[in-house]
Design a protein around this ligand. Structure first.
Ligand SMILES: Nc1ncnc2c1ncn2[C@@H]1O[C@H](COP(=O)(O)OP(=O)(O)O)[C@@H](O)[C@H]1O
Ligand SMILES: [Mg+2]
Length: 354
């Protein structure tokens, strides 16, 4: 990246002799929305706290706006932060909460009041200034927390699982709201989450973290369709895995149970006799043969779930099961459990996991 706004370079962090962040590198462009996605304990919060300045890295540096901020305190970095737990001051009104950072910065009262009103409008709670946090729902509290973080016009917004304490419906509507406010203000943002759907739906780019490392960094499309490690493939999205054996490495023929499919150009140095894990997204598999699908396997219908517009079907293929979704069609009854069937897919959609 030519001119990153945030640059994290070779950052490492150990607590005692436990390495929690292992050589982390990332450039984030101005106005970009980047998520850190990974399971609990993989080092997301620690990495975010290093960017914020609450934690000092054991090695490496953090640059913001072209300036090395590694040795600077959080309040010298011009950042706004929102946490998972509602961290509003319970004894202050909504307006006082939002104005907190402005008061600390010594902003004149009239100017601060105008800014608070502007923030209340941005989060679509214009009449809530006199309420106290206990008079708000969880979702409203997180919107206030966001307004409080944004009021001093930070250059970088850091969000640590801000939606994970909310119920599903509120979570989804707040996703969209956070993203639209972020776009409107054009503020560079790091969003930490363990929820793959959240990361996929909100981000310009995702960093998938695994045990203190960035396993893969890419757009949601790249991460989902071209996972570069087994961990990323499994962690992001639903995945069907079939075990296969290379029967002829030169022709790219792979045997699954007693059937063969061609995976020329996908074997990545595997030799005849090697066993492989072949992964397929549910939407890549069709029930029955289909024009354009060059790989066919036989199986048996194990489960059928009628979900309305979609029918989710589980098919036993040898020792493995694959799940696929077909669209409901009112003139074709769904398959019956126990029925023999063929499944087909394009060999180009197979992810060979090593
Ligand atoms: N201050 C600390 N002292 C010791 N260990 C810590 C400290 N903070 C975090 N850890 C450990 O570092 C690991 C990563 O934690 P964290 O960054 O909070 O992960 P995540 O946010 O991805 O769940 C965990 O094993 C955690 O117990
Ligand atoms: Mg965390």
């Amino acid at each position: 990246m030519a001119d990153p706004f945030l640059s994290i370079q070779n950052v490492k962090k150990s607590f005692g002799n436990v390495a929690v962040v292992k050589d982390f590198n990332l450039d984030v462009g101005a106005g970009e929305f980047v998520s850190f996605l990974g399971p609990s304990g993989c080092g997301k919060t620690t990495m975010l706290r290093i960017v914020a300045g609450f934690e000092e890295p054991s090695a490496g540096k953090v640059m913001i706006g072209g300036k090395d901020v590694t040795g600077l305190k959080p309040n010298q970095r011009n950042i706004g932060m929102v946490f998972q737990a509602y961290a509003l001051f319970p004894n202050l009104t909504v307006a006082q909460n939002i104005g907190f950072g402005l008061k600390v910065a010594g902003m004149p009262k009239a100017e601060a009041q105008a800014r608070i009103a502007e923030m209340l409008n941005i989060i679509k709670l214009p009449d809530f200034g006199d309420r106290y946090p206990y008079q708000l729902s969880g979702g409203q509290q997180q919107r206030i927390a966001l307004a409080r973080a944004l009021a001093p016009k930070p250059k970088l917004l850091l969000l640590d699982e801000p939606l994970s304490a909310l119920d599903a419906k509120v979570r989804i509507s707040l996703r969209e709201e956070i993203r639209s406010i972020q776009k409107k203000l054009g503020i560079t943002t790091i969003f930490v989450t363990h929820d793959q759907e959240e990361a996929l739906s909100m981000s310009d780019r995702i960093v998938v973290m695994n045990e203190g490392r960035a396993d893969q960094t890419g757009t949601p499309f790249e991460i989902y369709n071209r996972p570069s490690t087994k961990f990323v493939a499994n962690f992001v999205g639903t995945l069907n895995v079939l075990e296969g054996t290379v029967s002829d490495a030169t022709t790219g023929t792979v045997k699954i149970n007693a059937e063969e499919i061609g995976l020329k150009g996908k074997l990545n140095g595997s030799k005849s006799g090697d066993t492989l894990s072949l992964a397929l997204r549910p939407e890549a598999i069709s029930l029955g043969r289909r024009p354009g699908n060059d790989a066919n396997l036989t199986g048996q219908i194990a489960d059928v779930h009628f979900l309305g517009s979609v029918i989710r079907v589980r098919v036993g293929v040898g020792q493995n099961f694959v799940s696929l979704d077909t669209f409901n069609n009112s003139s074709t009854p769904p398959p019956a459990v126990g029925e023999k069937t063929e499944i087909s897919f394009s060999s180009g959609d197979v992810l060979v996991l090593h």
